[in-house]
Structure formats: C-alpha cells, structure tokens
Write a protein that binds this ligand. Structure first.
Ligand code: AMP
Length: 190
C-alpha cells in the first residue's frame, strides 16, 4: 500500500509515471485532469463550469477540486496516487485536513523536475488541442506562480522527494520504485 502525491509542471510525465506505479502497487491513480475532462465530455454542470478555465490554461477553482477529490479518497483505504492535485496551497491545506478526517497519511510527495524548454518541446509533440505554444507557456506560468509554492510547503513538512524527470521513462520508473520501497518501509505501510 502506498499513498503518493505527484507534483511537477504540465508535461513532466506525472501521468505516465503515476500510471505505471498504480499498476505496480495495484492502487488507483486519481488524476484530477482526467476527471475534469470526463466531466466536460459528459457536459455535466461541473464540466461546464470547469471548461472555460481549462480552455484558458487556468486552474479550476479550489472548491470544485476539493469536493471532487474528497469523494475519491473516502473509500480508498488500499492507497492512492494523486496526479495533478493539489495544485495550490489552499488545496494542499484542504487535503491535509481531509486526510486527518479519513485517518489516512501521505507517504511521500514526488516532485518530477523538468526544465521549461524541455516541457514546451514535449507538449508541442503531444499536440493536444489546447497545446499551442502560447497556452503552454501560460500553463507553465500558472504552475510557477500557483503550484510551485507547494514544493516548499511539502519540503518543510518533510515529505518532498525531488526526482529528475528529464531522463528515460524506465530510468525514472526504477528510481521511483526504489524511493517508494524506502519510504513505505520507513513508514511501515508496506
Ligand atoms: P492536467 O491534465 O493535470 O494538466 O489538467 C488539465 C487542466 O485541468 C488544468 O490545466 C486545469 O485547468 C485543470 N485542473 C486539473 N487539476 C487541477 C487542480 N488540482 N486544480 C485546479 N485545476 C486543475
């Protein structure tokens, strides 16, 4: 069992690595981006509200995300991997209270570190409809301003592990597995 949080700029490879670890440890990956895109596709009330923010490359308001994640964590006693949440300090604070309420604790926060130019190149190759260079630069800017402060937040609490995300998928995956084995044994959660 493991409870992990992934931080890192858009396009750092969080989703790919989170997916592999979810398979390794048979635990669910909770991706707020995927959940929001599903809401948009289904044209739910929440999806309609979120869409304009997502199209503009901005963050969807905290209260929407917190409610969404709360619903996901409530029944996940076997562990989880959070991919794309939290992305702001208020989200991190809400998560902290929620975990106390649910008698759960995060094992570690992984910061996948990739330089801006490598990110822009990767995202342009990925060519999602919202991936124009201007929008990518804006999303990076939003990341630096709103999400990067979480690195210090989790560092101060002793959870942060920085991993160089500018290497092959397999090299990163192996390093992450080693890291998780180490922290899980230390925390007694494996
Ligand atoms: P992602 O696939 O994780 O890059 O998410 C796609 C988009 O969904 C982001 O650009 C945001 O607009 C929105 N989103 C996903 N997760 C969050 C979050 N934790 N807080 C606010 N907005 C989010």
């Amino acid at each position: 069992m493991a409870r992990l949080i992934f931080l890192g700029p858009p396009g750092a490879g969080k989703g790919t690595q989170a997916e592999k670890l979810a398979v390794d440890y048979s635990i669910p990956k909770i991706s707020t981006g995927d959940m929001l895109r599903a809401e948009v596709r289904a044209e739910t009330h929440l999806g309609l509200e979120a869409k304009s923010y997502m199209d503009a490359g901005d963050l969807v308001p905290d209260h929407i995300l917190v409610a969404m994640v709360k619903g996901q964590l409530e029944d996940k006693t076997i562990g989880w991997i959070l991919d794309g949440f939290p992305r702001t300090i208020p989200q991190a604070q809400a998560l902290e209270s929620l975990l106390v309420e649910l008698h759960q604790a995060c094992d570690c926060v992984i910061n996948l570190d990739v330089p801006d130019d490598a990110i822009v190149e990767r995202l342009l190759k990925r060519q999602r409809k919202d991936d124009t260079e201007e929008l990518i630069r804006h999303r990076l800017d939003v990341y630096r301003k709103q999400t990067q402060p979480l690195i210090e937040y989790y560092q101060e609490r002793g959870y942060l592990n920085k991993v160089d995300g500018n290497r092959s998928e397999e090299t990163i995956h192996t390093e992450l597995k080693d890291l998780i084995e180490t922290v899980s044994h230390t925390n007694g959660s494996v």
